[in-house]
Write a protein that binds this ligand. Structure first.
Ligand code: ZN
Length: 309
């Protein structure tokens, strides 16, 4: 099997692979490789060009045929920054997602590029701290941070913002000799427009960030209320395997746990938003059910977002 520092490859059906982001490395989110029959489709392209390059190599290695289509589920950088590795192929997104990429990605690069000298200083300081750190656990934490910053530095140095060439609005079917898959916009959920990919014959959905597993899902660019409706639509597909944007491949239970999370946070808003007292968000504890989920900072950003509405 193809090895990459950025992701692990998990075969989930004949000719369908989920690529789960490694703890470290430049992926940051999950992706997919699908054999349509005669050509390959890729779902999402990770957070960095270097992870995107390994994604391309993995697709060619696994299926030994041309990549034809690349899908971006939504505009967030950790799903689109490998696009430049597929500039010869057809990149597809919803029209809203393309527009949001156009508004955000060049601005991100322009903001990050002047920070490169600071990043260099931070990396030098980290290297010094790692060699001086006697405690192994602390050293491992610092090493993880160093690896993350190195990936970010490489991505800023090499990124060429690359947009989808084809857009769609509600649904698009892509077919090869082996299978047909549907791209479907679920409307406003995690962002203003989220695309999922559904393979009915395999009962598989690539859900992008509409589903996060064991990770706090980010609310601040979307709409939690209509996200609940998107989850209803997703559930009706009855897919047995769901590849989330973050976290391990799961079953239909991941839809109910996402619904529960959103409902619980809306209830927390009801509780704290109507008390009339100014509430210190950092004093609100993470509910027990979510204490071991990754990205606790996102929980507090979500609460801040909900309480400011
Ligand atoms: Zn996202």
């Amino acid at each position: 099997m193809f090895q990459s520092r950025h992701f692990h490859i998990l075969p989930i059906a004949d000719g369908i692979y989920a690529l789960e982001a490694a703890e470290q490395g430049g992926a940051m989110s999950n992706a997919g490789i699908i054999d349509l029959g005669g050509c390959t489709l890729i779902f999402d392209t990770f957070n960095t060009p270097q992870a995107g390059q390994d994604l391309r190599r993995a697709a060619l290695h696994l299926l030994n045929q041309p990549v034809r289509y690349v899908v971006n589920s939504h505009w967030h950088g950790d799903h689109v920054r490998g696009n430049q590795m597929f500039c010869e192929e057809t990149i597809i997104a919803s029209n809203i997602t393309r527009e949001l990429m156009r508004r955000t990605q060049p601005e991100w690069l322009a903001r990050m590029t002047p920070l490169l000298p600071n990043l260099q200083t931070d990396l030098a300081a980290l290297a010094a701290a790692i060699s001086a750190e006697p405690d192994e656990a602390a050293r491992l934490r610092l090493t993880a941070e160093q690896a993350y910053l190195q990936e970010i530095r490489e991505s800023i140095e090499t990124l060429i913002v690359t947009y989808p060439a084809i857009t769609y609005s509600r649904e698009l079917t892509l077919s090869g000799s082996k299978r047909s898959v549907a791209l479907r916009s679920l409307g406003e959920a995690h962002t203003a427009c989220d695309t999922i990919l559904y393979s009915p014959a395999d009962s598989v959905v690539f859900a992008g960030d509409v589903i996060a597993v064991q990770n706090h899902p980010l609310f601040t660019d979307g709409n939690p209320q209509s996200w609940l409706l998107a989850l209803d639509t997703l559930e009706k597909l009855g897919a047995q395997q769901i590849v989330p944007g973050h976290g391990p491949v799961s079953g239909a239970g991941s839809i109910s746990s996402m619904r529960q999370y959103i409902t619980d946070l809306l209830a927390l808003r009801g509780e704290h938003g109507s008390s009339g007292d100014a509430v210190e968000i950092s004093d609100i504890p993470v509910p027990a059910a979510y204490q071991d989920w990754k990205a606790t900072g996102v929980f507090y950003r979500n609460l801040e977002f909900l309480l400011s509405q």
